[in-house]
Design a protein around this ligand. Sequence first.
Ligand code: TRP
Length: 498
Amino acid sequence: MAEVLEQPEGTFVTKEQNVNPWSVSGEVNEDGTVKPIDYSKLVEQFGTKLIDEALLERFERVTGHKPHRFLRRQIVFSHRDLEVILDRFEKKEPFFIYTGRGPSSNIMHIGHMVPFQLTKWLSDVFQVPVIIMLTDDEKYLISDHGRTVNEYEVYAQENAKDIIAVGFDPERTFIFSDFGYMGGDFYRNIARIAKRINRGTADACFGFDSSTNIGKVHFAAVQAASSFAGSFPFMFGPDSNQIPCLIPCAIDQDPYFRLTRDVASQLKYAKPSLIHARFLDALQGPGSKMSASIESSCILARDNPKTIMTKINQYAFSGGRETLEEHREKGGNPDVDVSYQYLRFFLESDEELEQIRQDYKSGKLLTGEIKKKCAGELATFCTSFQERRAKVTDQILEHFMTPRPLLCRGALSNTLLPSVQGKSGASKGPVQDVKDPNSKSQAKKMKKLEEANAKKALKAREKEAKSIATATAGVAALSVAENTAVGEDTVTSTSSLT
Ligand code: TRP
């Protein structure tokens, strides 16, 4: 919950809504109540666009897949240039997906899972490579004194296993920690970016002041650098900064990418596109987000069904009435009811969700009943997550964290851009940041090159597939298990529904 300061007279200090990468709190009223986060205000403030029906229809038309429930229910509510990605998908031009996690502890809660569930689903729909950044450096830089670099590196490894257990495809996904991967073309891009962001811009964007440590200021360039394909030369090649990415993230990460998009224009790199998710409310109610360090605020991915039921019963803010009679007569308020809100995130069936909403509003469904339904859904989610997590070995982790070509729509990503290799197959050396990725001729050229390489890619893939299959036998088995277990998040094709 947002901190509310009580003054001696019993009145409260009012506070404006505040959403930034390090803290999230709703507006605080004079009477001390915390309001739900106003997401439309954020869209206005950040200058993003709402995801509307027309865009969702286009998504479905272009991909042939019914949008994920997060998209259908405005949980993923805002975007920047999603159309650019849909255009590329339509034209069969390469792109990748980039997301990340700050490993602040070795515990992940169900709110942390939301962007990863979305990312996994998108990568299955688009069949493009996924880059997952673990910002162990960022979390160390903002930690209390006394914490060590090594602690955050260990958290990164543990978190990576949790993320793998969401069900990512081992042939399409690269996970890295900043401490582990720093250097090479990644660091070259970081330096190019850092050079183009001045203190004034960073201060205005993030609220830094003279007490902010310089590592935190510089980190903005690190998070930005993964938006550019050239930071991962094994993927599309070192000369690939014009290949754009789609970044699924929670809305609080937008400031990083606003800066990134500005710098991309200066460098003539492809601007990243974004889709933004809202937060999963803390158990205490709207106006705050779950925090893994406050156990009573969240459901942990590792919680068992009994703990989940107890937490929901004890802490989940209720939109129900004081007494049974009053509830039956006037009905509950699903908009503030935490159990209903969690069902919106985790219950797949739109029809069932709507029935629950109506029954709760009319008073037919009681608080205890909606809590039970919610705890049951979360228990199913957490249990199947834990089953998959138990299968993630150190060997599988190592595979995901090894730089290697990734599959992009069935072809090996490093065969898609022949310009990178040149005729001799040798790298052309450092990029000179001059091509405009948005020009038509560039797009045409890319398409041609891509087609010319389709055959080559397939051959190469067959050959590679053999060795990958041997190296990741365990991962492949896991992936099959995941796709069965993660049922609600596997891709549903429109055509199979009609
Ligand atoms: N800074 C993010 C966090 O603290 C981690 C992160 C890095 C990220 N890159 C990202 C999140 C890209 C979303 C998208 O959690």
